[in-house]
Design a protein around this ligand. Structure first.
Ligand SMILES: NC(=O)c1ccc[n+]([C@@H]2O[C@H](COP(=O)([O-])OP(=O)(O)OC[C@H]3O[C@@H](n4cnc5c(N)ncnc54)[C@H](OP(=O)(O)O)[C@@H]3O)[C@@H](O)[C@H]2O)c1
Length: 320
């Protein structure tokens, strides 16, 4: 594999071209020629060494865990895929990533690419799509008519979470800064809470489910809007944000169920995501595409690190 990654943890200047041996294609595996890779905040968090405890990587490490491409070889036991198929996938985070020319992935983590999407659009979906599916459907059991609150609806996770909540028949509200009000409305939000406007978080709605993508103060403020016995799926651990003091008290007082979700790679969930895209219920929201080069990855990381990007950032091999 030739890709963009790190030999040492650190800032964006540590990104460089990295070569590691491509593992053999096992009987259950696919070899995939990568065409595009999604970029997620976890990529620069890994680069900085913030996830060393959870993922004790051996360096060099190719970054990125979100991809779309073409099947180049098929393991002897794999029935579902053929050489030449277009696929999208979120590989195992413990292994080498998708800012690369090729990757070996267990076939049961992979799904056919949704019809009508470019590789860049398809590569933007696996990690955020799996995360919101696992949070809203598996952990949240969101039902038609439920009132769902998505924190940061304009971000990579939020932009798909709003669409999934609507696809499930729920009422979707989201927090955002005022500059992104139209953006989240266009994604289907029924109610917009602009955290930077006076009174922007005022609402009489009380929510059955919250997807927490922020932690910290934003989480504390949103807890005030939950109904008793509601469920919260949080993507944020203590290393991401300081837990607000008010959280313990409010979670107890309202008897809230709080579940931490860390995305699990899963081909069956990928197929549900493909069906939602093909039914027109979830659309990829790609706002920035950079070439899959060292310079492109540096630009993508700098942009992601601002915490202000809309929708998704993607690295494209075609543009490299
Ligand atoms: N546990 C897991 O498995 C998992 C999976 C995926 C992601 N995550 C984590 O979830 C977080 C979100 O990921 P992401 O990909 O959505 O990030 P992202 O795309 O970088 O999010 C950027 C968005 O956040 C919005 N934002 C920033 N501060 C806000 C606030 N106080 N209130 C409302 N919106 C705010 C910004 O909009 P404005 O400029 O309008 O504020 C921007 O559009 C990251 O920390 C990521 O690491 C965890």
């Amino acid at each position: 594999m030739i890709g963009i990654g790190i030999e040492q943890y650190g800032n964006e200047h540590k990104l460089k071209e990295v070569r590691v041996p491509t593992p053999p294609v096992g009987p259950e595996d696919l070899l995939i020629t990568i065409k595009a890779s999604g970029v997620n905040p976890v990529d620069w968090k890994v680069r900085e060494g913030l996830l060393k405890q959870d993922f004790p990587y051996e360096l060099p490490l190719i970054l990125g865990w979100d991809g779309a491409g073409k099947v180049a070889a098929v393991g002897s036991n794999v029935q579902e895929f053929q050489v030449g198929d277009d696929v999208f996938f979120r590989p195992e985070m413990e292994k080498q990533g998708t800012y690369a020319d090729e990757i070996v992935v267990p076939a049961d983590l992979v799904a056919p690419m949704p019809g009508g999407l470019s590789y860049e659009e398809a590569a933007s979906l696996p990690l955020v799509g799996l995360t919101v599916w696992q949070a809203l459907v598996e952990e949240g059991n969101v039902q038609p008519g439920d009132k769902v609150l998505v924190l940061a609806g304009s971000g990579g996770i939020g932009s798909v979470a709003i669409q999934l909540a609507k696809a499930l028949g729920a009422y979707a509200a989201t927090t955002t800064s005022s500059k992104n009000i139209d953006f989240v409305r266009n994604l289907g939000a029924d109610e917009v809470l602009a955290y930077d406007l006076d009174g922007g978080m005022d609402t009489t709605t009380r929510f059955d489910f919250m997807l927490d993508t922020m932690g910290g103060r934003a989480y504390g403020d949103a807890l005030l809007l939950m109904r008793p016995h509601a469920t919260i799926a949080t993507l944020i651990s203590d290393r991401d944000a300081v837990r607000p003091e008010i959280a313990d008290e409010l979670e107890q007082e309202l008897s809230l169920t709080v579940k931490f979700v860390f995305t699990r790679p899963d081909g069956r969930n990928m197929n549900r995501l493909r069906e939602l895209v093909e039914a027109g219920k979830v659309k990829p929201v790609v706002t920035e595409v950079y070439p899959l080069t060292v310079e492109g990855a540096v630009q993508a990381h700098l942009s992601s690190q601002t915490g202000r990007t809309r929708g998704k950032i993607v690295l494209s091999r075609e543009q490299a």
